[in-house]
Design a protein around this ligand. Sequence first.
Ligand code: ATP
Length: 238
Amino acid sequence: ILNIRNVSKTYQSGEHTLTVLDNITFSVEHGSTMSIVGPSGSGKTTLLGLCAGLDRASSGTVELENIRLDHLNEDQRAQIRNQYVGFIFQNFQLLPTLTALENVMVPMELRGEKNIKARAMDLLGRVGLAERSHHYPVQLSGGEQQRVSLARAFSNRPRILFADEPTGNLDAETSEKVIELIFEINKQAGTTLVLVTHDLELASKTRRIIRLKGGKLISDENTDVFQASAAGSFRKFN
Ligand code: ATP
């Protein structure tokens, strides 16, 4: 689903060139799960953004579903994101002036979809938040906000879900619930998962871990300890 070849990202400040990603190559298979780990500043978030088409590589090729993203402008990349990609962030990035329901409806509305209220309610139900649909983000716990952002990320039935430190702001118990939901999405709908995390326990739940250091890919390993959590309720995502 994802093909990254010889990708570099540099930033120019004055006559200084800062190389944030240095000649990265890897592929991700449909339906698989993968984590990107590495020290702070190693380029994880930058790499995730390039893979998801949020940003552009300075050189190299980025292919999502066989479409070259590095050739596209921002509007074209937004179209591809709408079609294939879901994204969740450490700080949830919900719109504070909108209710949970409205937050989930926004991308559907932007895509000009029909019957969006009922579908958004359905998505909130799947993350266990039907009763909280009219609450504003500030009235929700961190875990609840992340579940709203998952419902929103799932509103276009993405082929691939990118998650940047999805549990970084959550306590252990709440993290567990969010992680369960993320892996259920992979299991039930076959959605490919690519996570950035500092949490090695979470990383070990994915099939594969790639490690960055100083912008270089220094290891790429399969994990054998993969276990989709069987605990909790199984809600259907498709
Ligand atoms: P963390 O774990 O702390 O979130 P990370 O591995 O995700 O870190 P990135 O956020 O990808 O790292 O940042 C990698 C490097 O790129 C950092 O040194 C950062 O300062 C630099 N960087 C990121 N964005 C920009 C930018 N727009 N301009 C200049 N430098 C940038």
